[in-house]
Design a protein around this ligand. Structure first.
Ligand code: GAR
Length: 215
């Protein structure tokens, strides 16, 4: 089967992006990274991607002036690079309903909490504040409501005595880097899909992903 072409959307550091690129270098991977797009021209991840020979686009949301203009520019760039799937990896802009509908079932995101807990930002601070004993990350299909799309897989870490937000974030990030490439690979193999707002798993796709759930 031909490898699926993926566009990665970032806003900053790009460590999840780097883990997706690393998986794509393995010969058995079902996807290839066609381009990396950032809404911030100074995103560190753009340099990392370019240094690995991947096409990049800096689409400055401030210069573009509106959500609609950013999404239109992203859509055009994704099509220009032949993308079939979109992976949001630390992409911090809210998207328009039109863009989300265009990529429905083909766009995924990684979020640093066990959804539906702690949608939005400052998830690690809020997990500590709430006193939860486990925390983690979720990969989900992107739907119009923020961080509320169908959940595909989750990675779980303990919250340990003495944790601060940075320590907890680092523990979650380690799991993010394992979980996200695995999910994208299974998506690119057409073994998961979104139907009626839920994730549908073909064959043993759920089992493949659940192996990763304890990091
Ligand atoms: C990651 O922890 C990711 O889950 C989170 O931002 C970080 C980006 O780091 N994403 C969100 O908060 C999305 N709302 P990275 O740039 O090193 O991948």
């Amino acid at each position: 089967m031909a490898r699926k072409r993926v566009g990665i959307l970032i806003s900053g550091r790009g460590s999840n992006m780097a883990s997706l690129i690393a998986r794509a270098k393995q010969p058995d991977c079902a996807y290839e990274v066609a381009c990396v797009i950032s809404n911030r021209p100074d995103a560190k991840g753009l340099e990392t991607a370019a240094s690995q020979g991947i096409a990049t686009a800096a689409l400055d949301h401030k210069a573009l002036g509106s959500r609609e203009a950013l999404d239109a520019a992203m859509h055009e760039a994704l099509l220009a690079h032949g993308c079939e799937l979109v992976a949001c990896a630390g992409f911090m802009r809210i998207m328009t309903g039109g863009f989300i509908a265009e990529w429905a079932g083909r766009m995924v995101n990684i979020h640093p909490s066990l959804l539906p807990m702690f949608k939005g930002i400052d998830t690690h601070e809020r997990a500590l504040e709430a006193g939860v004993r486990v925390h983690g990350c979720s990969v989900h299909f992107v739907s119009e409501e923020l961080d509320a799309g169908a959940i595909i897989a989750q990675g779980v870490v303990p919250v340990l005595p003495g944790d601060d937000a940075d320590r907890l974030a680092a523990r979650v990030l380690t799991v993010e880097h394992k979980l996200y490439p695995a999910v994208l690979d299974v998506l690119a193999q057409d073994r998961i899909s979104m139907r009626d707002g839920r994730t549908v798993f073909a064959d043993d796709a759920a089992a493949t992903l659940s192996i990763l759930q304890n990091g």
